[in-house]
Design a binder for this molecule. Structure first.
Ligand code: NAD
Length: 472
């Protein structure tokens, strides 16, 4: 399979093709020609022409129809898309199938949301009528990471299109395949040429140029905090709008009055799904000392049972990491922890054979200053620490530059609500390992980001507010 950028409704341009790997086999699964800077200029000009030439003025009902048609195309192409995603990322087929379904549901949600994008009428001090309009920004960029390539692309593209923008989508260089298919499927489903351009290529050169491009009015980014800071700095020059979904080091808090067995059974999913390459990974596990031993042994047992292996098999729960480099990052964290005398209670080993596999690891005995406790690993590594006092635990849980997700396990409703309010993070789930809902805002406090994906908040973020006053 050989792919090119998707520009103005067709494959076009591209530099020297580069292989993209299947992380489970370490072999190429396709080759992709990265977009050049000339391609970027052509794509931006084409997007502007498509926007001013019809998409901007399209009646809301027609945009609804177009987005529903994309959702249908995603569902019809689900087998192929899930296969591509699994081969390109190493994620288990079951997860890839679920993610394509969620991608389609994202388009369905925003198809419906188009006609809910309303302004206000405002009683101003003078006679007359004052009202607000929500207007599209124009040409916008979406820059997405490699961990959920199709899904996160849809989280940005669907609301941006629903709001009436034209989108330049840049997938991560490691995982461009499903984004390119999205461009082709959306066009075949009726999205006009130029309204969704897909530009694979390196963040360093193409990404910088995209953020700095004079026609781009907003950048919606998901990726590391480091790159997010760079994008914000680049965007500052032209006062471009940004929304940034960045890294995390989220807490998973288990109180003694919780259903400890349920918490232990579900907690592996809260940190090891997607092989720990998840911004929401709840990798700092706080357990009230009274139930620490009971929780730890059940958590280790549930983790050791996870089926690590070939992503193509439907029973596989944990696939390989995305790359050799990403596995080495996790291994370095584990080596450092061992050298400091911490205990690796399970996992952390490479199975024999090909593929960037690493078995899910649980580390105990860490101290708050340990790197493995403080820094985002973005791999299958969790740390567990006991706590005695709710206040002290909360101070420790919030002692991080990040603030993305959190789980709280307790049967005491007042405690659950008290702790949920005090945790400094954008999403909190109580007695659940997950907190992402397409209908609800998702994003971070502090260095985990600015702005929100999903829900109506995301739709509004792809618009400008205009205030109109009509004299009597
Ligand atoms: P990354 O920051 O390296 O890359 C993300 C995207 O940015 C890629 O498309 C990359 O090519 C591009 N990029 C890199 N440098 C750029 C530059 N200078 N200008 C413009 N674009 C540039 O992140 P990654 O390694 O792909 O993903 C992992 C990170 O993403 C983790 O930190 C994770 O927590 C974070 N993440 C956050 C969320 C969230 O919603 N908060 C979701 C998924 C991943």
């Amino acid at each position: 399979m050989s792919e090119k950028p998707w520009i103005n409704g067709a494959p076009a341009g591209g530099g020297k093709p580069e292989p993209v790997l299947n992380p489970a086999t370490e072999q190429p699964c396709a080759e992709v020609a990265p977009a050049t800077l000339a391609d970027l200029d052509a794509a931006a000009a084409g997007a502007l022409a498509a926007w001013t030439g019809g998409w901007r003025e399209l009646a809301p009902g027609k945009r609804t129809d177009a987005l529903f048609a994309v959702a249908r195309a995603l569902r019809e192409g689900a087998d192929e898309l899930a296969g591509l995603e699994s081969a390109n990322t190493g994620k288990p087929m079951g997860d890839a199938v679920d993610e394509v379904d969620m991608a389609a549901r994202t388009f369905e949600y925003y198809a419906g949301a188009v006609t809910r994008l309303t302004g206000q009428t405002i009683p101003v001090g003078k006679a007359g009528l004052d009202f607000t309009l929500r207007q599209p920004l124009g040409v916008v960029a979406a820059i997405v990471p490699w961990n959920y390539p199709l899904l996160i692309a849809c989280w940005k593209v669907a609301p941006a299109l629903a709001a009436g923008n034209a989108v330049l989508l840049k997938p991560a260089s490691l995982t461009p395949l499903t984004a390119l298919r999205l461009g082709a499927l959306a066009h075949a489903a009726g999205i006009p040429a130029g309204v969704l351009q897909v530009l694979p290529g390196p963040g360093s050169s193409l990404g910088d140029a995209l953020v700095g491009h004079p026609l781009v009015r907003k950048v919606g980014f998901t990726g590391s905090t480091e790159v997010g800071a760079r994008i914000m700095a680049l965007a500052a020059k032209d006062i471009k709008r940004v929304s940034l979904e960045l890294g995390g080091k989220s807490p998973n808090i288990v109180f003694a009055d919780a259903d400890v067995e349920l918490a232990a059974a579900k907690s592996p999913l809260s940190v090891f799904s997607n092989t720990g390459q998840d911004c929401c990974a709840r990798s700092r596990v706080f357990v009230e000392r009274k139930v620490y031993d009971r929780f730890l042994s059940a958590f280790v047992a549930a983790t050791a049972k996870l089926k690590v292996g070939d992503p193509a098999l439907r029973e596989t729960e944990v696939g390989p990491l995305i790359s050799a480099r990403q596995r080495e990052v996790s291994e370095r964290f584990l080596d450092e922890a061992k050298r400091a005398g911490r205990t690796v209670a399970c996992g952390g080993s490479r199975p024999a054979g090909r593929g960037f596999y690493l078995s899910p690891a649980i580390v105990t005995g860490t101290e708050p200053g340990d790197r493995v406790w403080r820094e985002e690993v973005f791999g299958p590594v969790a740390c567990v620490r006991p706590f005695d006092d709710e206040e002290a635990m909360l101070a420790e849980a919030n002692d991080t530059p990040y603030g993305l997700s959190a789980s709280v396990w307790t049967r005491d409703l007042s405690r659950a609500l008290r702790v949920a309010k005090r945790i400094e993070s954008g999403v909190v789930s109580i007695n659940s390992h997950s907190s992402v809902h397409l209908e609800a805002p998702f994003g971070g406090f502090k260095q985990s980001g600015i702005g929100r994906d999903l829900g109506m908040d995301a739709l509004a973020s792809w618009t400008e507010v205009k205030n109109v006053y009509v004299a009597p």
